[in-house]
Design a protein around this ligand. Structure first.
Ligand code: IVH
Length: 686
């Protein structure tokens, strides 16, 4: 872009960017592409570089201001930040409803209006605006005073830096909300952390609350937090008069907050008439909780009428006009009996806690990863400790905390071993890695894990060759390294107890099929540290013949977009080992494909592909396909997969139990909604 705006245009540009930020972060409905947004943002950045005197503190470029850091000073809230009373059953809710009728002096036959919305499970924040500008953000603290962390809150894109309260005569306002991290963002962050050898974040809630209290706002920005506002707790004009009652109902009040540019529950909430309607709305959310984008721990029920709210009043702990309904517990306490150490495919040692089995949201949990030595040390874990265990949604079970006060006398701290539990070799730990590793490349436990990975679905995908068979073949000396899989003696396989000629024949066919695999599968199957499926595919796009990798330089690797020096060095190290080169040579001798195939080359859908140029999203449970295969089919048909419902989405394919995504898409009205069958027939699959 050539033009450089003048002062007035600079202001307009800021407004345009703010508008699109709202569409993207608050409304989930972007109207321009990310590229176009970036171009506008860069133009503003360049203009502000040329004219620093034009910069305003609420400019979209000022979200992470490097010269500021949060003070964490204790600051008073404008009104106390109270908690909520909890309920767990329909009976509790009926009691609550009865109490409200009594407090309001109404007959029980009157059906009251309640606003019902999710109880978000993150970190609560209070944000203060004065003369329309965000001046302070603080955590809940003890309810009366919180910790100031404004620079961190400024990085939250769904939190406007300015909001036009003054249009309604409001001089000072305090809003309350919950800072959250989307589950998919959380999972992606953890994948990146794993690749970078950083300790994993336990769950989305800790990932959000932890980062609110960092001294580095750029770190907060990297977690891409959202802020759902659920309350306007304080709003007064210049004469100190409370303006909240002007809105009459909770519903109006929150619509007003939304109109100012804040993210509030929209499709997630419902106005219910009477407690039975409240309960059925809660039940529908309990059923779709796992498919929602954020972690929830229940629903909140709020009396809609603001005058009645005031009549009900407050205890020192909670408002009497609201209550939380808590979903089924996902936490339980148990006792840690032992720690076992598992050897991974690249030799990483993972400590696994064996606990007394507990039921968590319908699943029995008895083993839990303790990640690495730092995790054990930071929590000072002892054998015999009582631990609090949680299993949330799509997230694997983890230990939330230990209770040192319940520790039996003479309990022994968990001591991380200094040698491999399988082969006895001394463990090593590289400077910037969290894991201890067994450096013995011939360590049997490591070798077995490598072989299991090699034949797994994501790698060579050898049907019928699972972990137990691999272990058996290894123990019998039938396979020692990956190449041996491709010269198995199937006569010997047929003679093994429990197998027989039919199984041997099937296995032979699966191995023969795997020999023809595209080279990205083989690359991924080699178990090179950091070389996952995605990077293997990127490299295979640029690789004619797999053994050529032995001659690649680091620059060759890093010239490929998204391939970094660390994985490049690991591949170079792998190929510099003569034993590995020999293994690849043998694989080729046994007929394993080493040449780039059609599937390895970058895929470009034809212009007339059935879904060419469309964006697509799958939601709910699909019957005939797993999610990954459905997404791959969509790509082959020319579509691009999106991760959320927004104005950019063209097609939503709905399986059973589709949740809020379907509602959102219907509300947008621009999304074509297909059943699984319709999708398949559209791409010519049935
Ligand atoms: S209303 C006056 N609504 O839950 C009470 N709270 O357990 C105002 N929370 O401290 C609370 N989602 O941090 C309200 N939709 C929601 C909420 C919500 C999450 C949190 C909030 C509060 C805690 C109480």
């Amino acid at each position: 872009m050539q033009t450089v705006p003048d002062l007035a245009m600079c202001g307009d540009l800021r407004d345009v960017l703010r508008f699109h930020e709202r569409q993207y972060y608050v409304e989930n409905n972007p109207l321009i592409s990310d590229y176009e947004y970036d171009m506008l943002y860069k133009l503003l950045e360049r203009t502000e570089e040329l004219h620093p005197e034009w910069i305003t503190p609420d400019s979209p470029t000022r979200r992470v201001a490097s010269d500021l850091s949060p003070s964490f000073e204790s600051v008073p809230h404008l009104t106390p930040m109270l908690s909520l009373d909890n309920t767990y059953s329909i009976e509790d809710l009926r009691e609550f409803d009865k109490r409200i009728h009594k407090l309001c002096g109404l007959a029980e036959s009157v059906r009251l209006e309640y606003m019902v919305e999710p109880k978000f499970d993150g970190g609560s924040l209070a944000v203060v605006y004065e003369k329309d500008v965000l001046v302070r953000a603080a955590t809940r603290g003890d309810g009366a005073r919180g910790e100031e962390m404004t620079p961190n809150a400024r990085t939250i894109r769904s939190l406007p830096l300015t909001a036009a309260f003054s249009k309604k005569g409001i001089f000072r306002a305090e809003l309350r909300g919950e800072a959250l991290i989307r589950k998919d963002v959380f999972n992606r962050l953890n994948q990146e952390r794993e690749q970078d050898g950083l300790p994993l974040l336990a769950n989305p809630r800790n990932a959000a609350t932890g980062v609110l209290r960092t001294k580095d706002p750029a770190e907060t920005a990297s977690r891409k937090l959202d802020l759902f506002v659920f309350q306007l707790g304080f709003a007064e004009d210049e004469n100190g008069i409370n303006r909240i009652p002007d809105w009459k109902t909770q519903e109006n009040l929150m619509n007003y907050v939304h109109s100012l540019g804040f993210k509030v529950p929209t499709v997630e909430k419902k106005k219910c008439h009477g407690i039975d309607e409240v309960f059925s709305f809660i039940e529908s959310w309990a059923a779709q909780r796992d498919s929602y984008d954020y972690e929830l721990d229940g629903m909140v029920i709020k009396l809609n009428d603001l005058e009645l709210q005031e009549k009900c009043g407050y205890t020192s702990h909670h408002p009497r006009w609201a209550v939380a309904f808590k979903f089924q517990a996902r936490q339980a306490t148990s006792v840690l009996r032992n720690v076992e150490y598992q050897v991974g495919k690249i030799g990483s040692i993972t400590p696994v806690a064996k606990i007394d089995p507990v039921q968590l949201a319908g699943v029995t949990v008895s083993s839990i990863s303790l990640h690495n030595e730092d995790f054990i040390r930071s929590r000072d874990i002892h054998i015999g400790d009582t631990v609090l265990v949680e299993r949330a949604g799509d997230v694997i079970p983890y230990i939330v905390k230990v209770f040192p006060e319940k520790r039996p006398p003479h309990a022994m701290p968990v001591r991380f071993p200094d040698h491999c539990p399988d082969c006895g070799t001394n463990l090593v730990r590289e400077e910037d890695e969290a894991a201890w590793r067994c450096p013995n490349l011939h360590c049997p436990a490591q070798m077995i894990q490598k072989l299991i990975h090699h034949v797994s679905k994501d790698a060579m995908d050898i049907d019928g060759l699972g972990a137990s068979l691999i272990e058996r073949f290894y123990q019998l000396g039938m396979i020692r390294d990956m190449s041996d899989i491709y010269r198995l003696d199937f006569q010997q396989v047929a003679n093994l107890e429990g197998l027989g000629p039919k199984s041997a024949e099937n296995l032979k066919m699966a191995v023969e099929k795997a020999k023809k695999n595209p080279i990205h599968r083989l690359l991924h199957g080699l178990c090179i540290h950091h070389l996952g499926r995605k990077i293997s595919k990127l490299i295979a796009e640029h690789l004619e013949y797999l053994p050529d990798l032995a001659d690649w330089t680091i620059d060759h690797f890093t010239s490929i977009k998204d391939v970094g020096p660390v994985v490049g060095e690991n591949i170079i190290r792998f190929f510099s080992d003569p034993a590995n080169r020999e293994m690849i040579r043998k694989m080729e001798e046994y007929g394993v494909n080493m040449q780039q195939t059609e599937e390895d080359r970058p895929f470009r859908a034809a212009e007339d592909a059935p879904l060419a140029g469309k964006t697509i999203l799958f939601t709910g449970t699909l019957l005939s396909l797993d999610r990954k295969s459905a997404e791959e089919l969509a790509v082959k048909a020319g579509a691009k997969n999106l991760s959320g419902v927004s104005g950019k989405l063209n097609i939503l394919v709905v399986g059973t139990d589709a949740g809020s995504k379907l509602e959102k898409a219907k509300k947008l009205g621009t999304v074509e909604i297909l059943t699984e069958e319709e999708f398949l027939s559209r791409i010519g699959q049935n």
